[in-house]
Design a binder for this molecule. Sequence first.
Ligand code: KIV
Ligand code: ZN
Length: 518
Amino acid sequence: MTDKNRVFIFDTTLRDGEQSPGATMSHAEKLEIAAMLDEMGVDIIEAGFPIASEGDFAAVSEIAKQSQNSVICGLARAQLPDIDRCWEAVKHARRPRIHTFIGTSPLHRAIPNLDMDQMAERIEQTVSHARNLCDNVQWSPMDATRTEHDYLCRVVEIAIKAGATTINIPDTVGYTAPRESADLIRMLLERVPGADEIIFATHCHNDLGMATANSLAAVEAGARQIECTINGLGERAGNTALEEVVMALRVRHDIMPFDTGIDTTKIMNLSRRVAQVSGFPVQFNKAIVGKNAFLHESGIHQDGVLKNVETFEIMRPADIGLNETNIAMGKHSGRAALRAKLKDLGYEVGDNQLKDIFVRFKALADRKKEVYDEDIVALVQDAAANTGDDHLQVKHLKVVCGSDGQSADLTMIVDGEEKTVHATGDGPVDACFNAVKQIFPHNARLQLYQVHAVTEGTDAQATVSVRMEEDGRIVNGQSADTDTILASVKAYVGALNHLIVRRAQLGRDDKQISMYSH
Ligand code: KIV
Ligand code: ZN
């Protein structure tokens, strides 16, 4: 590998991904995802937008402190106090970076009401300021793909002269197409003095479904940093998906001879964890990480794969950390077998965690004949989401359901005190949710209630996701159980527990920040 063919992976799951309405993650979840990204070999982690809220600032600072190898980057608008705040958060990192941006297209220039010269001056001033604080500075002309070419060249040159070490070219609204994405990078490399001294990054959104293709085209034209998120998480149709660009570069190395530093075997685990903590499940037919991505249902395909896997598989499940031998475990499987299975699935657990998961595994194996890998993943995720030391805990649930009506008798522990109620509703889930609301009255609005079967069969576990909103604060809850109604109640209660934590942090995590620099 020659260095000139090394492509840096810049992950923005915790900033652009988390900006997606409803994808809010807790402080602990952000730290956990950042540690996983660092371990996977992501070159740069964009950890948040420190000026946006106290919560964002705290998360970026902590991620900076815990980082091992990755560069830790924070976002800042083109304003000196934003940049100072960003530096205060990222400076703890072994390798900090400040990323500052301003919208340069005519539509974006009109909002802060700056003319071309005034904006150019602002760019010079803010990039220089960032560079005086930190020797690793990234600058982005937001909506670059709709910015006049001459003006784009002019401002990129100013940013480079002011000290930017990476210039990111965002396709903010997912408007560009592969040929144009490549042409833009080529033009900048040809026309801007000093362009060969810095790294060009590509940052694509997926509004027209072309984010991966646009990112790869930019790399072929000379960009050497791809900005992306796990599962393509992000506002609207999302950002470029990390797993897609990384696997495309690996599988088609013959025609795209570029390398990343990503340990691809960690992809699946990260994908599952991001789906869980963000409350955004991965679509079944999603490239690389979808549940069906390696399934061969049709007879012709199965026959071919059995004779030679390469007939219908261009990559192996193991390449992304998917275990190929989905051997079922049962109630006679012991603790050592469970530990080995967890390791296979990418989970390194401590002794206490193993003890807890083992108890849950035994309970599941008693109810379900065969426990598959997906069941174990759901179990681990449930254990992580519902730790048992929350304000609200479900103690006992009895549901009556049938043509004569539906009702629920629910006992919960509320901050140590036991409460029991009886409630009715339009269906068993509604009756249970009414019971929870009697015990813990609230005005939060249910935004999402979603149920998925983990495996086939009527004894399958159900994973349930619940999303709720109160005064602009969005929280998620997840749970898994063979009892769909119980999983629903636990997911609902999980969301309420997050809400209680968010209320206690009142103001700390609130983000109502405009992307414009006035
Ligand atoms: O899409 C975009 O333009 C961004 C910038 C803030 C880089 O996310
Ligand atoms: Zn973006």
